[in-house]
Ligand binder design. Structure first.
Ligand SMILES: [Zn+2]
Ligand SMILES: [Zn+2]
Length: 258
C-alpha cells in the first residue's frame, strides 16, 4: 500500500468523507461507518485509467485543496484537509499511474464527466429558464456533467464506458456526440453497430434513471472481489491523517511487480 487516509468526496448532493487506500495499481475508496473502524461499499479503480485534474480553491464554498479523479466509468472531485496533503496525494497517485503506463498499461482515452453538484444551479444550465422544483427535477448530462432540465435532456446516447444502455445526455451533447459518431463512421467507412436503440428519443423518461445514488457501484473492473478487499482491509487501522508509506522523492521505487 502506498498511502491511506480520509478524503472528502464531492457527491451529487453534498460532500461525504471517504476512506481511501492507494495501492500500486488500484485506488480503493469506501464510506466510513461505525467510529471510523469499519467501512463498506468499497470501490476499486484501476489506476492506469485514472487522470487527475487540479481544482482551484473556492473560498466561498469552503471547497479547498481539491482535485478531480477521472476514470472512464465515473469521475468525481475529492478534497484533502490541507494543501500539503493534497500535493502528497496527487503526487503519489500520479506516480503510480505513470509507472503503470511505463510498464506497458494503456491509459484510458476518454474519461467520464464529473457531475456538477445539484446546488451549482437552481435553473437549467442549458435553457437558463427552467427553475428546478420538486416536479421539475434536476438531471445530469452524462457527457458534460451539467445540471439540466428534463426538456433539455430528452435523449439518451450510448456511452459504452459508462453503461451498456444509452444514458441521459443534454441536447447539446446529443448533437455533438451524434456528429462525432457520423464523422467517425465516414472516416472508417464501417458501420459501427446500428444502434437505433441508442439514438431513440425517449418518450417515457424513466425518472428512476437519474435518482441512483452516485456512489452506486458501476461496472468497475475488479481485480479483487470487493469481499476480499474488505476482508484484507479490515485489519487496517484508520487515522484521520493520511499515511504516506513511500516517499515520492525516492528516485527509483521497485514496488511494481509487473
Ligand atoms: Zn433546460
Ligand atoms: Zn451535456
Amino acid at each position: 500500500m502506498i498511502c491511506s487516509g480520509i478524503l472528502t468526496k464531492g457527491c451529487r448532493k453534498k460532500l461525504k468523507p471517504r476512506q481511501v487506500f492507494l495501492f500500486n495499481d488500484i485506488l480503493v475508496y469506501g464510506s466510513i461507518i461505525i467510529n471510523k473502524k469499519k467501512y463498506n461499499r468499497q470501490h476499486i479503480i484501476p489506476l492506469e485509467n485514472v487522470k487527475l485534474d487540479n481544482l482551484d480553491d473556492e473560498d466561498s464554498d469552503n471547497l479547498r485543496f481539491g482535485w478531480q479523479i477521472k476514470t472512464p466509468t465515473k469521475s468525481f472531485a475529492v478534497y484533502a484537509a490541507t494543501a500539503t496533503e493534497k500535493v502528497e496525494w496527487m503526487a503519489h497517485i500520479n506516480k503510480c499511474v505513470d509507472e503503470l503506463i511505463k510498464a506497458g498499461n494503456r491509459p484510458a482515452e476518454e474519461h467520464a464527466a464529473v457531475w456538477k453538484p445539484d446546488k451549482t444551479s437552481n435553473i437549467c444550465m442549458h435553457c437558463k429558464k427552467t427553475q428546478f422544483t420538486v416536479i421539475n427535477r434536476r438531471h445530469h448530462c452524462r457527457s458534460c456533467g451539467d445540471v439540466v432540465c428534463g426538456q433539455c435532456s430528452k435523449s439518451k446516447f450510448l456511452i459504452p464506458n459508462q453503461s451498456a444502455k444509452p444514458v441521459r445526455v443534454c441536447d447539446g451533447c446529443y448533437d455533438k456526440l451524434g456528429k462525432m459518431r457520423t464523422s467517425f463512421k465516414e472516416k472508417n467507412n464501417t458501420d459501427i453497430q446500428s444502434d437505433g436503440k441508442a439514438m431513440n428519443k425517449i418518450e417515457n423518461m424513466n425518472e428512476s434513471s437519474d435518482s441512483e445514488d452516485d456512489d452506486s457501484p458501476q461496472n468497475l473492473s475488479k481485480r479483487q472481489t470487493e469481499d476480499d478487499m474488505c476482508r484484507s482491509l479490515e485489519d487496517l487501522t484508520i487515522d484521520e491523517k493520511p499515511t504516506f508509506y513511500g516517499s515520492i522523492t525516492k528516485p527509483e521505487d521497485k514496488r511494481l511487480s509487473a
